[in-house]
Design a protein around this ligand. Structure first.
Ligand code: F6R
Length: 616
């Protein structure tokens, strides 16, 4: 959702802002704009509904004067349609102040009424313009942006990152943050602000995360961070682990194709440094406290979408290896009931972006009830890990395509590491068993690389099926969350109705959907590793086949039992049952991507979706 970039320095500001916005495109947006204070000290803005290319055309048609101070924004519409007028920046103080915003100002209506009563007028339907006008009014009173911000934030309810410039203060960008993301980039004679490090990674690898309820002022040579009361706060610098090229498409047809292919590395990099002598020792967990972990009686996983399916997959391993009960909850459902938590409950959040508002709120809520919180996250300096007691970073590298792929396998990997670390400190898994699971885990990258070889087969299948209107997915045990993930990928990328079911549930209702020709993907458990489940799933296949379903089986190499009943079999290498999801998901990701491509759709930025859902 909304991308934010701010810059002060001697580079070409318009280029820095547009480059930053381009790198933030992946977050999802439907309009864009910039504001620059030019060398004469005049504020210039350009904004346009649509993709960045529309703003580029606008800047060609009506170039703006460049300068050394500016802000840029990509907007994902919440209040008001994606029109030119609703695009950010919004102006105030007679066009001398420009402001951009990510989040939702929940009390904008009474504030707007108050300002209208005072004679202010508005040009947009947005909540953001209310903050701009409020800030402009305060600036006129105090004559300083940071001070004006300190007053107005007290009047705003909701979540926000706000960035503003005022033409009377050239060389200064000020930002305020509550719950929405904002990171500082430290340069030489220049400084940056961004929704995430992608905004400025081209220029600097030095970053500082900004805490909750803080105000930051950047100039070319200085960065000042205070709390909302104006007290200065300590900040911590970190090195950005990604280089700019990691978030480039390279020669790939799409970011998604690139990221699917990067999955062996995503797993291998997440394992790195966390296995010693055949045992899992996750340094971040040792620091968190093995004694605390040993006393955990219950685990609640909170996450949304694909991340929640990673949690559902890992539940089986955590319960089996560490013998602790695990509940997996959608963050937004968890937060708004009265969950029973105690001091011996561990809450694990899973979030690629580390900014998903629903998950952040669930974590804060759980912590307020006394639970300990660990975050599984792919983004350094993001809000959720900062708010948690500990973090296990997944090292999948930047995930740019909106649909999550490599982050998913990295999340399962991190959760398996967690499960094996927990099993070790709790003594719940014999050493030899631990070593066997570690060996399985270490073999996953190579096995995923083998699965990537089914690409042509899957592409062919997707082309044949390009006018399919509905697809069902079945799985059992760890195959069930994979069926759900396969269906989600297909919905979001190819806009096809898709449902995932637990295979055992079939006869309790979903079998009524089967009619001649209905395509059904079945994630088949291994006949060796899951000897008790395999025949049950094969008989499910027979039941739906008898009613005309067209079966596409994802099955282990050498599984002869499915061959007579499947129209297509996609083979995956042999693996222990708990590791099959890391392999079986890959052809499903590819299928969704290839079907979307066959339909001529944008696989990186599907309609209506945002990469990082920073509003509730
Ligand atoms: C689906 C997808 C989403 C995210 C969900 C959580 O492909 O990407 O379902 O998994 O929005 O996002 P994070 O992991 O950033 O919290």
């Amino acid at each position: 959702m909304c991308g934010i970039v701010g810059y002060v320095g001697s580079n070409k500001t318009v280029d820095v802002l547009m480059g930053g916005l381009r790198r933030l495109e992946y977050r999802g947006y439907d309009s864009a704009g910039i504001a620059v204070i030019d060398s004469r000290g005049v504020l210039n803005t350009a904004k346009k509904a649509g993709k960045l290319s529309a703003l580029v055309e606008e800047l060609k048609a009506r170039p703006i004067n460049d300068g050394q101070t500016g802000i840029g924004h990509t907007r994902w519409a919440t209040h008001g349609a994606p029109t030119n007028a609703n695009s950010h920046p919004h102006l105030a103080d007679n066009g001398r102040l420009a402001l951009i915003h990510n989040g939702i100002i929940e009390n904008f209506a009474p504030l707007k009424a108050e300002l209208i009563a005072e004679g202010f007028s508005f040009e947009s339907e947005t909540d953001t313009e209310v903050a701009a006008v409020l800030l402009g009014r305060e600036y006129q009173r105090v004559g300083d942006l940071a001070e004006a911000f300190r007053t107005i934030v007290a009047r705003l309810d909701g979540a926000f990152t706000l960035l503003a410039v005022h033409q009377d203060q050239p060389g200064v960008v000020v930002g305020a943050r509550r719950n929405s993301p904002l990171v500082i980039g430290l340069g030489e004679g220049e400084n940056f602000l961004g929704s995430d490090v992608a905004a400025f990674v081209e220029y600097t690898r030095r970053a500082v995360a900004i805490g909750q309820d803080q105000i930051v002022t950047i100039t070319a040579d200085a960065v000042t961070v205070t709390d909302f009361d104006g007290h200065s706060v300590e900040t911590e610098e970190f090195d950005i682990a990604w280089d700019a090229s990691a978030s480039e498409k390279g020669g790939w047809s799409s970011f998604m194709a690139k990221e699917v292919s990067e999955q062996p590395d995503a797993v291998a990099n997440t394992l790195r440094g966390r296995i010693t002598d055949g045992r899992v020792v996750v340094p971040e967990l040792t620091e968190f406290g093995d004694d605390v972990l040993a006393g955990i009686r219950r685990i609640v996983i909170v996450a949304c979408g694909t991340a929640a399916y990673a949690g559902q997959t890992a539940k089986y391993a955590i319960e089996k290896w560490a013998q602790v009960p695990v509940d997996v909850e959608l963050s937004h459902e968890f937060r708004y009931r009265d969950p029973v938590l105690s001091a011996d409950t561990l809450v694990i959040s899973i979030s690629q972006s580390g900014e998903t508002m629903d998950t952040l709120m669930a974590v804060k809520y759980a912590m307020s009830l006394g639970a300990k919180a660990i975050s599984i996250c792919n983004t350094q300096g993001a809000t959720i890990p900062r708010e948690s007691d500990a973090v296990i970073y997944t090292h999948a590298g930047p995930e740019v395509a909106v649909a999550s792929t490599k982050a998913f396998v990295a999340q399962i990997t991190a959760l398996y590491l967690f499960a094996l670390h927990l099993a070790r400190v709790r003594g719940s898994l014999p050493e030899a068993e631990q070593a066997a699971q570690v060996a399985e885990l270490q073999a996953v990258p190579e096995k995923i690389a083998t699965v990537l070889g089914v690409e042509d087969e899957v592409r062919q299948l997707a082309r044949w099926m390009s006018d399919t209107r509905a697809v069902l997915f079945l799985g059992r045990h760890v195959g069930f969350p994979i069926a759900l993930e396969g269906a989600l990928k297909l919905k979001e990328l190819a806009y096809i109705h898709a449902e995932g079911f637990a295979a055992g549930e079939l006869k309790h209702g979903p079998i009524a959907l089967i009619e001649p020709g209905q395509p059904v993907f079945v994630v088949v458990p291994s006949p060796r590793g899951s000897a008790h489940l395999h025949p049950k799933v094969v008989s499910n296949i027979q039941e739906i086949r008898a009613r005309g379903a067209r079966i596409i089986a994802i099955a282990e190499v050498g599984d002869a039992a499915v061959l007579p009943f499947a129209d297509t079999v996609i083979h995956i290498p042999l693996a222990a049952p708990l590791f099959e999801p890391l392999l079986a998901v890959v052809p499903l990701q590819m299928f969704a991507m290839e079907l979307a491509r066959a339909k001529g759709l944008d696989v990186d930025q599907p309609r209506n979706l945002a990469k990082s859902v920073t509003v509730e």
